[in-house]
Design a protein around this ligand. Structure first.
Ligand SMILES: Nc1nc2c(ncn2[C@@H]2O[C@H](COP(=O)(O)OP(=O)(O)O)[C@@H](O)[C@H]2O)c(=O)[nH]1
Ligand SMILES: [Mg+2]
Length: 302
């Protein structure tokens, strides 16, 4: 039977063809007319995503690099997505990431792709769910997604990652009480990176105290790992906790809630596809001055 172009690409993807993977990601990013069809042919996958989130400069990319190193030593295949918000403030970081990523370029076991979030204020790339699902169809042993968590985005990555690692740095010592509730709920593992700083112990103590308070209302205890990413310290422990979580905790119940969350985002995105504030304002302008205008009748057409 003759295969369509999409079927061919998916076949190649399943066999680990990196060009096919890159091509599919581009098709999705550009919302190519064939991409929806392609997504519908993705095979079922039990593969689990490791999400690394936290504020800019916390050391996420440095940590991801350490994790890649460890996985690579174990002869594992690793796929990594980095989502860079395309803000002028992170241009430097983006360049740093490029240099870091180039270091992996000739390693056939490592695939790294950087996606600009294109000013999407949520922080996540608009097609991140689709792209991670594509990654799951490739024969990677582990998939890591790095995102900047700047508030509400942590809950978004929670919808995406089976295991969410929240990276914090000691300097926020006093503000820890103000840490977003969403962040607490979201984290499966906390990392206190830059533990070479003198405030690290006090920060860890505060974090543990706070987690202990919330522990009574939660079933699970969230581990806290201290790391110095620049010196590769604490990475073994982090890896151990990640794998433990993937095997023991990211199971049945979480899987269903993840799929429901993903379905929710995808439906919302699809329904809101052609709707935005500017377009609504333009349409409403047409009616301005019209005494018969009724907002509830107006929205019915959507
Ligand atoms: N002192 C110290 N600096 C670190 C550590 N980890 C990362 N950094 C530095 O922090 C800066 C931001 O790191 P990066 O990984 O790009 O952070 P990201 O924005 O969270 O991805 C870089 O200059 C790193 O070298 C650490 O454990 N200790
Ligand atoms: Mg980074």
């Amino acid at each position: 039977m003759l295969q369509t172009k999409g079927q061919q690409l998916i076949q190649q993807l399943k066999h680990g063809n990196i060009q096919a993977l890159a091509r599919i990601i581009s098709l999705i990013e550009n919302e190519h007319e064939d991409y929806n069809d392609l997504l519908k042919q993705l095979p079922y996958s039990e593969k689990k995503i490791i999400g690394i989130t936290g504020p800019p400069g916390a050391g996420k990319s440095t940590l991801v690099d350490c994790l890649i190193n460890l996985f690579d030593e174990q002869q594992k295949k690793i796929g990594v997505l980095c989502i860079d918000p395309s803000s002028p403030f992170t241009k430097g970081a983006l360049l740093g990431d490029r240099i870091r990523m180039n270091a992996w370029f000739n390693n056939p076991n490592v695939f790294i792709r950087s996606l600009a979030s294109r000013g999407n204020t949520g922080g996540l790339h608009p097609k991140i769910i689709e792209i991670t699902d594509v990654m799951k169809a490739a024969p990677f042993d582990h998939i890591i997604v790095e995102t900047v968590g700047a508030g509400q985005t942590e809950t978004e990555i929670a919808a995406l990652a089976d295991t969410t690692v929240v990276v914090l740095v000691p300097e926020a010592g006093d503000e820890i009480q103000n840490m977003k509730a969403g962040l607490m709920e979201t984290a499966d593992i906390f990392v206190v990176n830059k533990a070479d700083r003198p405030e690290a112990d006090r920060f860890e103590k505060n974090l543990l105290a706070m987690l202990h308070l919330s522990f009574s209302t939660k079933q699970k205890e969230v581990p806290v790992i201290k790391t110095v990413a620049t010196e590769k310290k604490g990475i073994d422990q982090l890896m151990e906790k990640i794998i433990f979580h993937q095997i023991n905790e990211a199971v049945a119940e979480k899987k269903i809630s993840l799929l429901a969350e993903k379905a929710y985002w995808l439906i919302k995105q699809k329904k809101m596809k052609d709707i935005n504030m500017q377009m609504l304002a333009e349409r409403i302008t047409v009616f301005s001055g019209n005494k018969d205008f009724n907002l509830y009748k107006f929205i019915e057409e959507f």
